[in-house]
Design a protein around this ligand. Structure first.
Ligand code: F6P
Length: 545
C-alpha cells in the first residue's frame, strides 16, 4: 500500500502542524527524563534519539505507519527467503550469510545453510593457505599483497571494512582495492607491487561489469608481462562470483572460485564470498566476528518490539524528516578515523536501495523517498561543512557515531575528539539565541552598535536534529552490528515507502549509452547519433585527441 493511503500518514500530517514551531530546547525543558525515555542501550550500543523533533505522540504515529505497512510480516518474509525483490524475482537472504545459529534457512524448499557453510570453510582454508604460504606464487613465494578488483558492492563494503579494521590486520598481507576504470587507479596500485608476490581477487557478482573486467584484463596482462605463463594465472587470480562460466573463460579455474548466489544483492554482499579480502586482511576469525555482530543485530531487529528496535526507530524518524518536514538530505558523521569510508559505503547501501520513484507494483509515488546520504569523519568535517549545518538556511538531520574506547589511546586525543563529538550535537540542538550572543559580546570591549551589527551573524538557530550512536569500542563485532543496523534501517524505510529496495534499474541507462558511445570515440567521422550537446562533446573530444 502507498504510504500516502495509510491512516497514519494523514494523522502525521496533522500532527506535524502542531510540531513545526516546537524547539528542541523546549522539549528537553518540558521533560527531565527525555534522554532516558528516548534512548536505547543494547549490547555495546547506546542509541540516543532524544535530540530529535519527536514526542511520544510522534513516535506512536510513526510506529503506526510501520504497523500499517505490515512491517512485522515483511521482516519475516525477508528472513524466510520469500522473493521480495519482485522486479528481479529474487529472494533477499544476506541475513542467512551471517546466520550463526543452527536455524535452517529455506529457499525454494532447500536449506541453503550447508552451501553457505561450505563457502565459509573454503574461505577459511584459503585464508590459512595464503597466510602460511601453502597457496603461493608461481615461483613458490608467499604472497605479500592482495589486490581486490571490483566495483560498487564488490568494492565499497570490503574496502570500508578493511579500512575500519586496520587495527585488527593479521599483518600477513597488504590489501589494495582497484575499482575505477580510470587507468590511474590500477596503474598507481600496480606501480608499487611485485607481480611475483601479488594475488588478485576478481570480485564481481555478474562477472560482466565493464570496469571490473577491464581492470582484471589489465592486471592479467601486467602479470603475464612479468614472465609468468598462462598456466600461472590460476596461481595468482581467484574469483568471487555467481558466474562460473565467465570466470573459467577469464582463466580462473572453478577451484579458485568462491561462489555466492543471486539472492545476495551487490550492496549487501560483504557477508558473502565478497568478504574474502576482509578475511585475508584481518584473518578469518575476525571475519567470523563481523558476521556474529551482524547476526546479533539481525536478532535484535527481528525480535525487539518496534518501540525499542534501533533500526526501526532510525527508519521512522528518517521518514518523519523526509516526508513531513521536507528534509531531504541526511548526514552521517563518524568520529573515528577508521570509519573514513563509512559514509561512502552507506551512499550505495541507502541510495541505490531506496532511490526509487515508483511503488513495488509500478505506481508513481506521490511522496519523496531516498534522502541524499553524505558525510565524512569528525572532527575534519567541523572545519569544512559544519558551518552550513549550524547556520545554513536548511536543516540536515545527522547521525553522529563514536566509540567510547579508542584503539589508539594517545595522550588526550580521545577526550579531545569526544569533547567535540558531544559539543556538536549539543550546539546543533541548542543553538545560541540573541540574549546569549549579546551577553557573550558585551563581556568584550564592543559597543552596543557594534554588537547590534554582528548579532544576526553570531546567532545559531539550533533545533537541528541528530541521532547519537555511542558504541563501546570499534571491533569486528560492533562493526558488524553497525552495518547490519543501517541495512535494516534502509529495509524498513523501503517497506514504508512501498518501494523495492533490492533492484537498481536506474544504473542501467548510463551503462547502455556508454557501450554505444565507446565505438564512436577516436573516429574521424562526425558523430550525429545523439542529442546536440552529446554529439558536440564527442566530436570535440575526438578532434583534440
Ligand atoms: O552498477 C550497479 C551494480 O550493479 C551494483 O549494484 C553492484 O554492486 C555493482 O554494479 C557491481 O556489480 P558486479 O558485482 O556484478 O560486478
Amino acid at each position: 500500500m502507498l504510504m500516502s493511503k495509510t491512516e497514519s500518514y494523514g494523522k502525521l500530517k496533522e500532527h506535524f502542524n502542531s510540531m513545526n514551531n516546537v524547539h528542541l530546547r523546549e522539549l528537553f525543558a518540558d521533560d527531565v527524563n527525555r534522554f532516558e525515555r528516548f534512548s536505547v542501550i543494547w549490547e555495546q550500543f547506546l542509541f540516543d534519539y532524544s535530540k530529535n523533533l519527536v514526542t511520544n505522540e510522534t513516535l506512536r504515529l510513526l510506529l503506526g505507519l510501520a504497523h500499517e505497512s505490515n512491517l512485522s510480516e515483511k521482516i519475516e518474509a525477508q528472513f524466510k527467503g520469500e522473493k521480495i525483490n519482485n522486479t528481479e524475482n529474487r529472494a533477499v537472504l544476506h541475513t542467512a550469510l551471517r546466520n550463526r545459529g543452527n536455524e535452517e534457512v529455506y529457499f525454494e524448499g532447500k536449506d541453503i545453510m550447508p552451501g553457505i557453510r561450505k563457502v565459509l570453510e573454503q574461505m577459511e582454508q584459503f585464508t590459512q593457505d595464503v597466510h602460511n604460504g601453502k597457496f603461493c606464487s608461481y615461483t613458490n613465494i608467499r604472497f605479500t599483497d592482495v589486490v581486490n578488483i571490483g566495483i560498487g558492492g564488490s568494492d565499497l563494503g570490503p574496502k570500508m571494512v578493511c579500512n575500519a579494521l586496520k587495527k585488527y590486520s593479521s599483518g600477513k598481507v597488504n590489501i589494495h582495492f582497484v575499482s575505477n576504470v580510470d587507468a590511474t587507479d590500477i596503474e598507481e596500485t600496480l606501480r608499487k607491487l611485485n607481480p611475483e608476490t601479488t594475488l588478485f581477487i576478481i570480485a564481481s557478482k555478474t562477472f560482466t561489469t565493464w570496469e571490473t573486467l577491464t581492470n582484471a584484463n589489465t592486471a592479467k596482462a601486467w602479470f603475464l608481462k612479468s614472465g609468468a605463463s598462462t598456466a600461472d594465472i590460476a596461481k595468482h587470480f581467484v574469483a568471487l562470483s555467481t558466474n562460473h562460466k565467465a570466470c573459467n573463460q577469464f582463466g580462473i579455474p572453478s577451484e579458485n572460485m568462491f561462489e555466492f548466489w543471486d539472492w545476495v544483492g551487490g550492496r549487501y554482499s560483504l557477508w558473502s564470498a565478497i568478504g574474502l579480502p576482509i578475511s585475508l586482511y584481518v584473518g578469518f576469525e575476525n571475519f567470523e566476528k563481523l558476521l556474529a555482530g551482524a547476526y546479533k543485530m539481525d536478532s535484535h531487529f527481528r525480535n525487539t518490539p518496534f518501540e525499542r528496535n534501533i533500526p526501526v526507530l532510525m527508519a521512522v524518524i528518517g521518514i518523519w524528516y523526509m516526508n513531513f518536514w521536507g528534509f531531504d538530505s541526511h548526514a552521517v558523521i563518524p568520529y573515528d578515523q577508521y570509519l573514513e569510508r563509512f559514509s561512502e559505503f552507506l551512499q550505495q547501501l541507502d541510495m541505490e536501495s531506496n532511490g526509487k520513484r515508483v511503488s513495488r507494483d509500478g505506481k508513481m509515488l506521490d511522496y519523496s523517498t531516498g534522502p541524499v546520504i553524505w558525510g565524512t569523519i569528525g572532527t575534519n568535517s567541523q572545519h569544512s561543512f559544519f558551518q552550513l549545518l549550524h547556520q545554513g538556511t536548511g536543516t540536515i538531520p545527522a547521525d553522529f557515531i563514536a566509540f567510547a574506547q579508542s584503539l589508539n589511546p594517545t595522550d588526550e586525543h580521545h577526550n579531545i575528539l569526544m569533547s567535540n563529538f558531544f559539543a556538536q550535537t549539543e550546539a546543533m540542538m541548542m543553538g545560541k539565541n540573541a540574549d546569549e550572543v549579546k551577553l557573550e559580546l558585551s563581556s568584550g570591549n564592543m559597543t552596543e552598535s557594534e554588537i547590534e551589527k554582528l548579532l544576526s551573524h553570531k546567532l545559531f538557530p539550533g533545533n537541528k536534529p541528530t541521532n547519537t550512536l555511542l558504541i563501546d569500542k570499534l571491533t569486528p563485532e560492533t562493526l558488524g552490528m553497525l552495518i547490519a543496523m543501517y541495512e535494516h534501517k534502509v529495509f524498513v524505510q523501503g517497506v514504508i515507502w512501498d518501494v523495492n529496495s533490492y533492484d537498481q534499474w536506474g544504473v542501467e541507462l548510463g551503462k547502455q549509452l556508454a557501450k554505444s558511445i565507446y565505438p564512436e570515440l577516436n573516429h574521424k567521422i562526425k558523430i550525429k547519433s545523439h542529442d546536440g550537446s552529446t554529439n558536440g562533446l564527442i566530436n570535440y573530444y575526438n578532434s583534440i585527441r
